[in-house]
Structures are given as C-alpha cells and as structure tokens.
Design a binder for this molecule. Structure first.
Ligand code: ADP
Ligand code: MG
Length: 893
C-alpha cells in the first residue's frame, strides 16, 4: 500500500536488540514491525507513531538511540490478534518478529540478546485466523500479470485453498475487481497506476513477476506439466506463480494446502461491470449495508461456508443453459423433497467451517478447535449423506445433488480415528493440554498418570509437612516461578525461621516473606516439584507428537475433506434456495437460448422485504415482456412511481435465474443473457472528480461499446444530468443505437415524454408507463406498469408531496402553463426534424418506392462525419437493410 514510509533513523549505534529491529524493518519497509520483547509485541520509531494512532494506544519512549528517545508502543503478546485485526482492516501490513529462543538458550550461547526473526508477514490477503477473516466472505488474494493488451489474473484464498485464474482484456479489469472484491491485489510496480486499481489503492502491494512461472507451479503441485489442470495462458501462469511466491514469503516459506489452479476463463459466466454491480446492489447496498441487498434478501443458508458459496454464485452467475438448469434441478428436487431438505438443514445448522480449519491446519497455525472442527464437520457431512440416502418416495436425485452426496463421505475418512483420539471438550490452546482423549495413546496415558500421581504426592506432602513443622494451616501452593511452595502464616513462619537448625529432606528453607504469610520449601518438596514438572513436560511433549500425527492424518485426507466441505456448502445453498421458494411465491425460471424475456407478476425481492418489514403497503407485482417485436421497453412515469424499482427487479431476475436460483414471480422465461448492464441511479463520482453527467456518459459509452444482441440493458433516465435538449438528443440517439445497431433487450426509463414519439419509428420499441391516479388533487402512485405513455409528469404533485411550500408551487404552476402554451405547435420531434432520416419497419417494406437504405444514404455528407459517426451511419444503413430481411429478429448464432 502507498503510505509515506515511516520515519526510520540510521541503524548505527543501536543496542543489540534494536539492531535486530533494524534488520527486520529493512526487510519489510512497508510493514509495521511487531517486535517481541518478553510478554509484549513492541513497535518503534515511525511504526510506533503510526500504530499508536491507528490503535488508539499510548505512545511512550524506551531508552535512547543516537541521543534521541525511541518512540515506542506495545500490545500484550497473548492478546495480539484483535490489534492485528484492526490494523489489517485499515489496510496495514504487519511483520511479526518473534523470539526464536529462550533467554536461557541465549545466555548459554553467550549471545548479547535473544535471537529474533520475522516469522510471518500478515497482509489482508494472507490471513487465516477467524478473528481476521469475515466468516461469510472469501478473502481473495489477486495477482495480476500484464502482457501487452491482456492481463493474466490469478486469485487464491489461503483460508480455504481455492485457486482460480483467468485471462482478460485490460479494459475488463474493473469488472474482474468488482466481481472478486479482492482483499489484496499484487501487481508489478509499473502497472500499479492502472485506473481500475484506483478505488482499491489501499489494497495494492507491489511484487516482481517471476520468469519461470510454469516451473514454480509444477514444483508447488508436484506435477511435471500443468496440462492436467486445464489450459492456461502464459500471463495466467505468471500471475499464479506470483501469488504463490507471495504466499510463501508471507508465511515464512510454508505453503498452505491449495487446490490446483482452475482456469475459469472458459467457464461461461454472465459478464457484469462494476457500475452494474453497484447499481444492482448485489452483495451490499449502495450505502454499504448488507441487509438491503440481493444477497441479504435471499440468503437462507445456515452456515458461513454456505453464505460464501451463495455470495460467489450471485457475484458470478452462469451463462450456460445446461449448467444453470442443473442448479435449478437441484433446487426443484429439494423443494419437492421437503423432509430431505429439513433433515439436511438440521444437519448443517451449527456445522463448523471445515474449509478454513483445514487451511489453518495445513499452515500449522491451528487451534485445538480446528481439529474438532474436522471431526464434527465430517460427522455432520455423514448425517447429511444419511438424510439423502434415507429418503423414501422422493424422485431420483439430480446430478448436482448426487455428486455432492458422493463427496460428503470421504473414502479414507479420518473421522473414526479423530473421534477416538480427540477429547470431547477442546482446550482453547494446544499448550493447555487435554486435546487428546484418555485411552487413545498408551504412552500419553502413562505419562499423564505419572504427572497426576506426582500431584497426589504433593497433596500427601502437605499433610506430612503440616505435621512435621507443626503448622496446621500450612498449604502447598503452586507458584509460576518457584514451583511448589509451602505457605504458612507469618507467626508460624517466624518460629520456623528461629529454630531452623533442623536438617534433612524436610528441613524448611525460606523463600518469600509476604504481608501475612511466609513461603518455604525443602529438598523433598523441590524434588517432588521437579518430578511433577518433568512428568508434565513429558506428557505435553507426547501430546504434541500425537497431535502432529492427527494433523498428518487430516492433511493426507485434505483434498477429500475439502471436497466434502464444498459439497456441504453447495447443498446448503441449494436447500436454502428451496426453502426460500417454499415460503414465498418464487418460481423456477425457464432458461432458453432465444432472446426472450417474459416475466409474469414479478417482484423486487429487496423492496418487497423492506415494505413487509415496515408493514407498508403490499408490493405490486408487474409483468415484463421483452420478446420479439417489443425488445425495448420505453418506460415513462413521474418520480416515485416505481420506475427504478421495475428496472432493477428485471435485471435481478437475470442474476438470480442464471446463478441457479428461483425468481420472485409467478412465471419467468428468460433467454440466456451474455452481458447485463444496469445504470440506475448514478451518483456523482466525487472522489474521481467527475460530474454525474460525465459518469453517466462514460457508462453509457461502455454499454454502447460492449453490449451484444444477447445482452440485457436497463437504463434509467439517460441524459437527465444536462440541459433538456442535449439530454433528450442523447437519450434519443442511445435508444436508436440499442434498437437498430445492438438489437439487445432493454428497459429504458425516461422523463422525456417526447421520446414516446419514437415508438412509431422503432418497430421493436414498446412504450409503457407507471400508472398514477389523481385523487382530490393528490397524486396516488399505483406502482403498476401498463402499456402506453404517461400523459404528464406530475412534477408539481411530487414537489408538493415532498413539502415544497405552497407559494412556490403556485408560482411553478403558472410558469408551467406559460411554458406549455409556448411549446404548443412546436412539436420538436415531428417527422420534419432532421434528427432521423430513418424509416419505420412498415415504411421499410419496399412499396414500389426507393429502398429506405438508399434514402438514408442520400442524406449522408461524408465530409461532415467523424470516423465514429461514419461507423454509426454504416451500422444504421445495415440495420435498414436487415429491417426488411425476413429473419431479422432471430439470433444469427
Ligand atoms: P422512480 O424511479 O419512478 O422515481 P422508485 O422505483 O424509486 O420510483 O420507487 C419509489 C418508491 O415506490 C420505492 O422506494 C418503493 O417504496 C415504492 N415502490 C416502487 N415500486 C413498487 C411496487 N411495485 N409496489 C409497491 N411499492 C413500490
Ligand atoms: Mg428512479
């Protein structure tokens, strides 16, 4: 990330410990160095100043360096995670520099200070701890490798091991970033200035790209060729290797378990750019919340991995009819088999996140609960398999459900072994002991009973010493530093000190004097203490060995466990989709290859839910038909009538349907969409320094350049941001381009009622209007879409609703009448307008006269056209030719 480098003085003259700090800092200049000093991680110099501000902790000073006090702040080592979480969330990177030996070891080798090394680099894209991750979102680390006009992209999630690659034109980087929302982006420094990266500037890290990417990948996955994984471009391979190198570097050389990379480039997915995603509020609302968005309103999953899978599907819907239908089949099956669905969801509820536990185990950075997560997760998976198998009288399982069933129970599952080996209740940390159950390992059991026997001996010795020293109140206590000590009240202690002439193994030896008590030991107690400590240490070390063995078992079955976890997530998603369809009026959409679009009684899932929550009026369902002959819907109606809602809901149907879900409608038949464009409610790009109008035009340009005959475009009030005539002219031309040249399906909402005049000239344009009633001078929105054009815009009514003062409204009414008076007889879009020398489809039928294309050609002045206009004119001419061709409406493919 691009923060100004922290202030670092010269290293010369540093104390031995500080000298180590300088080495760590020099190796990781862009990270905050967390430097272990005993029980604390400390930060120095500029790092301390930066971190104390970011964490809101005290900045102090420790010693001097080159005559100046050293700025310092610190956090306790045992509770470092929450601090790391806050820094990572704010875009910092942290280098953990830990103590690599004990003070005794350092002393033994006569070193001036303890050896410390950077053991891990913590960056937003390489964390594995639950506290640093969002449970319901993947944490993608994305690497980009530019190669002339294209980009190789590779993304991996080390917390789950997923790994994907793609090759894309540079212009599509923005769309990729919007789809993945990476936690961290690796780019070569020369590419870091790319405009699409600007909104992600605080997540960008610079890397140098490896030259021998293929070899590195082969080595990492222990294969001799990558061909078995799919076909990769060179740039993809380079990006994938850069991501691997980075992970290895941040994990101090250890690579986590990763699935082999999957080239997703050829998997057909629905293309959506960043603006479309933003305007449709897929994974979050424009205000940033997660409730009032598509994901929030359809999410009925019961596990975090299920939510991650659902979010991933909504973020990349498919563009392949067979694959989509396979998902719909799975949902249909679980909708019909409601007992199976309930049993699956019961088994899933509360199931642990096996994928992430596996990730931490593979990095050897796990907690006891991660072992338990694998055991319990596999048990849940087995219960799900039973639920699927035991179902009587249900239709045969569709392929996706059947495949998931096959993955749920790994052939060589470590479940039985883990169940025998692990305690029921796991300690918080491995050092606490008690991870391994009694009865699993004979040697561990023996060491534990030795340790416990020694503890019993301590209890016995308490009785003996009380008697022998004549102090009934004597208690043996355990002390962190001194081990077992016999504590007696002060008076008794004084007496023991006075007649300390005794000797032998039980003679009291004074150790501590406190306010009301004194502590003693004796050689017998010290000997016992040593035995307890030794037995404890041997038991711990044996337990560590057993845990290592169990970890090995799990990692050996790693790919199968990951597959089981994935099967659980996908069943969670399918069952959740079925549950949603079961309690609401949702229907299975029919996906066809022809460019149709017919929705019966569709609803906007988010607005409907919001109205229901607010106990407001019921949502009014609306049909939408963009089939042949009415491909483009021109929607007029006053503000607040429901235009934007209608636009969005139909775009959301494409996402839901192609992501494999049912849709909130009574019926839906959708022709497969290749690219979805939505421009609804554009906001000023203040940060980017562009006005609303500029943003709108840039986005419109993107649509006109990229949309195809198979695309769906929803456009809201194009041209609203500029003067009326400019705006109308642009909206007009855009509409014509969509209709004549691109020939896509579109819904075009507008304030410009004048555009309705185009309906007579564009055969596939169907006007529609939001219904409004006037009731006692008030406007009543009916939120119903009907064929035809709106008669007036009701602007003054809406202004009154909004509380504009009456005198202003009266004045506006007078001005409006005057304007309308003047405009009468001045129909701007009558046929005499030179705006369009084009013909309607009817006129296009050669009725003995000249061909309309020839007419159009006649009025073209080649010298007056820019290259772009010339190209448009060509397209126009071609479309005039096609307009009279018999099969102009069918897809050419
Ligand atoms: P417009 O774009 O025409 O200004 P919106 O789509 O923003 O209107 O809708 C305004 C409000 O009307 C919405 O916030 C919603 O509360 C309500 N609304 C819109 N469509 C419907 C509908 N079909 N049924 C019920 N309420 C609706
Ligand atoms: Mg609107």
């Amino acid at each position: 990330m691009d923060r100004p480098p922290a202030r670092i003085p010269l290293a010369e003259g540093a104390t031995p410990a500080l000298a180590q700090w300088f080495v760590a800092k020099a190796a990781h200049p862009d990270a905050l160095v967390f430097f272990r000093m005993g029980d604390f991680f400390e930060l120095f110099f500029g790092d301390a100043e930066e971190a104390s501000g970011a964490l809101d902790i005290a900045l102090s000073y420790r010693g001097e360096h080159r005559g100046q006090p050293v700025p310092m702040c610190g956090v306790p080592a045992h509770s470092v995670e929450p601090y790391l979480a806050r820094l990572i969330r704010r875009g910092y990177r942290v280098a953990l520099c830990d103590q690599m030996e004990t003070p005794e070891q350092a002393k033994a080798r006569k070193a001036p200070t303890i050896r410390r090394e950077v053991v891990r680099l913590i960056t937003p894209g390489t964390v594995t701890e639950d506290s640093l991750l969002e449970a319901s979102r993947p944490a993608w680390l994305l690497a980009l490798a530019p190669d002339n006009e294209i980009l190789g992209a590779a993304w991996l999630d080390i917390s789950t091991g997923s790994f994907g690659t793609e090759t894309l034109p540079r212009a599509e980087l923005g769309a990729l970033l919007a789809r993945l929302e990476p936690a961290e982006i690796l780019v070569p420094e020369a590419f870091a200035g790319a405009a699409a990266l600007t909104p992600f500037a605080d997540r960008v890290a610079h890397v140098s790209l490896p030259r021998d990417g293929a070899r590195r990948l082969c080595d990492a996955f222990e294969v001799s060729t990558l061909d078995g994984f799919g076909t990769f471009s060179d740039a993809e391979v380079t990006a994938a290797a850069a991501a691997l190198d980075y992970v290895r570097a941040t994990q101090a050389g250890v690579l986590p378990r990763l699935a082999p990379p999957i080239p997703v480039g050829d998997a057909r997915i629905l293309q959506m750019d960043a603006a479309t995603r933003r305007s449709l509020e897929i994974l979050r609302s424009e205000r940033g919340g997660t409730r009032d968005c598509l994901l929030g309103s359809v999410d009925r999953t019961v596990t975090a991995p299920g939510t991650r899978e659902l979010a991933a599907r909504l973020a990349s819907p498919l563009a392949d009819t067979a694959a989509i239908a396979a998902r719909h089949d799975a949902v249909s099956f679980l909708l019909a088999a409601d007992a199976v669905r309930d049993a699956l969801r019961a088994a899933l509820k509360g199931a642990p996140d096996m994928a992430r536990a596996l990730g931490r185990l593979s990095l050897d950075r796990f907690l006891p609960r991660d072992l338990a997560a694998i055991r319990d997760g596999l048990a849940r998976a087995a219960a799900m398999a039973d639920a699927l198998d035991g179902a009587a009288g249900v239709p045969p399982r569709p392929p996706l459900v059947d495949n998931a069933r096959a993955e749920l129970v790994p052939a060589a599952s470590p479940w039985a072994e883990l169940t025998r080996a692990l305690s029921k209740d796991m300690p918080a940390r491995l050092e606490d002991g008690g991870v391994v159950a009694a009865g699993y390992d004979g040697e561990l059991d023996a060491l534990r009973s030795l340790r416990d026997g020694a503890r019993e001996a301590v209890a016995a010795m308490q009785l003996d010493l009380a008697q022998e020293w004549g102090v009934a109140a004597l208690k043996i206590r355990h002390h962190q530093q001194f081990g077992f000590l016999a504590e007696v009240p002060s008076a008794a202690g004084e007496k023991l000190l006075r007649d300390a002439k005794r000797d032998g193994p039980r003679a009291p030896i004074h150790r501590q004097t406190m306010a009301n008590a004194m502590r003693f030991t004796c050689t017998a107690l010290a000997e016992l203490d040593r035995r307890v400590a030794e037995a404890g240490e041997r038991a711990r070390s044996r337990e560590r060995a057993v845990v290592r063995h169990l970890r090995g078992l799990i990692l050996d079955a790693g790919p199968a466990i990951a597959a089981a976890a994935q099967a659980m997530a996908s069943l969670d998603v399918h069952a959740a989709a079925a549950a949603l369809a079961a309690d609401g009026a949702w229907c299975r959409p029919e996906i066809v290859e022809r460019p149709e679009f017919a929705i019966v009684a569709g609803r906007h899932p988010v607005v409907e839910a919001a109205l229901a929550r607010a106990r407001g009026p019921a949502f009014v369902p609306n049909d939408c038909d963009l089939s042949g002959g009415r491909r483009i819907c021109l929607l007029t109606g006053p503000n607040m009538a429901g235009k934007s809602t209608f636009l969005r809901q139909n775009a959301l149907f494409v996402i839901l349907a192609q992501a494999g879900f049912f849709v909130p409608a009574e019926g839906a038949r959708l022709g497969l969409v290749d690219r979805l464009f939505s421009r609804v409610g554009a906001a000023d790009d203040i940060a980017g320094g562009r006005s609303t109008f500029m943003v709108e035009m840039a986005e419109t340009a993107a649509i006109l350049n990229q949309a195809t005959q198979r695309s769906l475009v929803v456009l809201d009030e194009v041209g609203r941001g500029t003067a009326t005539w400019d705006g109308l002219a642009i909206a007009w031309a855009v509409l014509e381009a969509l209709h004549d040249r691109i020939r896509c399906r579109a819904i075009f909402a507008t304030h410009f009622h004048e555009l309705v005049a185009l309906a007579g000239k564009l055969p596939d344009l169907a006007p529609a209007a939001m219904q409004v009633r006037e009731w006692r001078g008030q406007v009543v929105f009916q939120h119903r879409v009907a064929a035809g054009a709106a008669e007036k815009s009701w602007g003054l009514h809406v202004a009154r609703l909004a509380g504009v003062p009456a005198p202003v409204l009266t004045r506006a009414g007078a001005v409006l009448r005057a304007l309308e008076e003047r405009a009468r007889g001045l129909d701007p879009l009558s046929d005499e307008m030179p705006l369009f020398a084009r013909a309607s489809a009817k006129a296009a039928e050669p009725a003995g006269g000249t061909h309309p294309a020839l007419d159009a050609l006649a009025v073209i002045e080649p010298d007056a056209l820019s290259p772009r206009e010339a190209q448009d004119a060509l397209y126009r001419l071609k479309s005039l030719l096609e307009a009279v061709a018999p099969d102009a409406d069918t897809l050419s493919s």
